[in-house]
Design a protein around this ligand. Structure first.
Ligand code: UDP
Length: 239
């Protein structure tokens, strides 16, 4: 395509809730398909794509433990939820003829590949979309941290965090008309002001490795491709 981008390899992080559409739980296949088309449009630009999808549309460890479930068990259930989301996205991408691998931090060989770093890098070089599932494989972490970890391991140039809003604001733009969007903001300011970009451990891991986080809206069609081409509005979290 005509559009150009400075990026060669990126991580796209989306929450599980992004796959719900307007429903209250689980997967909304038309929404999964719409996001798959967004990914395809960036893949068509020649960009190597890593993805991490959360699991909050199905299960969150903290919710389970608040209801009396043992925390680590609940966290494993959350990690398994991310595998289901990854499989749904793989199915939608392969429907669009994009070769895709689901790579799990917890081996489940009949379902998807285990995570082997060099093998994942090879998939990316062959332009296969790699969806990293089961988070970091450890309880007490989140998929934001998993996205940052894998982005570092895969030498991604940036993490693109697709959300419902087009960047980071000084206050909730859905509640306050005078909320102001940051064009750029430092990792430290995000941490100090408790701006809910990603959880603190993910922000710290990105900061320590100078990995930029670009927050953008995944709701607009063509949004992901536009942001990669340097168009549209977003917020970059940087040094
Ligand atoms: N989780 C975990 N370790 C990880 C990643 C995820 O234990 O490395 C669990 C945790 O219980 C979490 C759930 O998986 O609540 C779903 O992930 P997350 O909450 O990050 O999903 P999102 O909010 O992005 O949909």
């Amino acid at each position: 395509t005509e559009e150009r981008t400075k990026y060669g390899r990126v991580m796209l992080k989306i929450s599980g809730e992004a796959l719900m559409g307007d429903t209250a739980f689980g997967l909304h296949p038309p929404t999964v398909q719409r996001i798959a088309r967004e990914v395809k449009s960036v893949h068509d630009m020649g960009v190597e794509i890593c993805m991490v999808i959360g699991g909050g549309n199905i299960f969150r460890g903290l919710q389970g433990s608040a209801q009396g479930m043992e925390r680590t068990t609940a966290d494993y259930m959350g990690m398994l939820a991310t595998v289901m989301n990854a499989l749904a996205m793989q199915s939608a991408l392969e429907e669009l003829k994009i070769h895709t691998r689901v790579i799990s931090a917890i081996p489940m060989d009949q379902v998807c590949e285990p995570y082997i770093r060099r093998r994942a890098v090879r998939h990316l070089e062959k332009k296969r979309v790699c969806i990293f599932a089961a988070g970091t494989g450890n309880p007490y972490f989140t998929t934001d941290t998993a996205a940052t970890l894998r982005a570092n391991e895969m030498s991604c140039e940036a993490i693109f965090k697709g959300t419902k809003v087009d960047g980071v604001y000084d206050k909730d733009p859905n509640k306050f008309d005078d909320a102001v969007r940051y064009e750029r903001i430092s990792y430290d300011e995000v941490l100090q002001k408790h701006l809910g970009v990603m959880d603190a451990s993910a922000i710290a891991l990105a900061r320590d490795n100078h990995l930029p986080i670009i927050v953008f809206s995944l709701d607009d069609t063509g949004g992901f491709k536009g942001i990669l081409a340097g168009e549209g509005t977003s917020t970059t979290v940087h040094d």
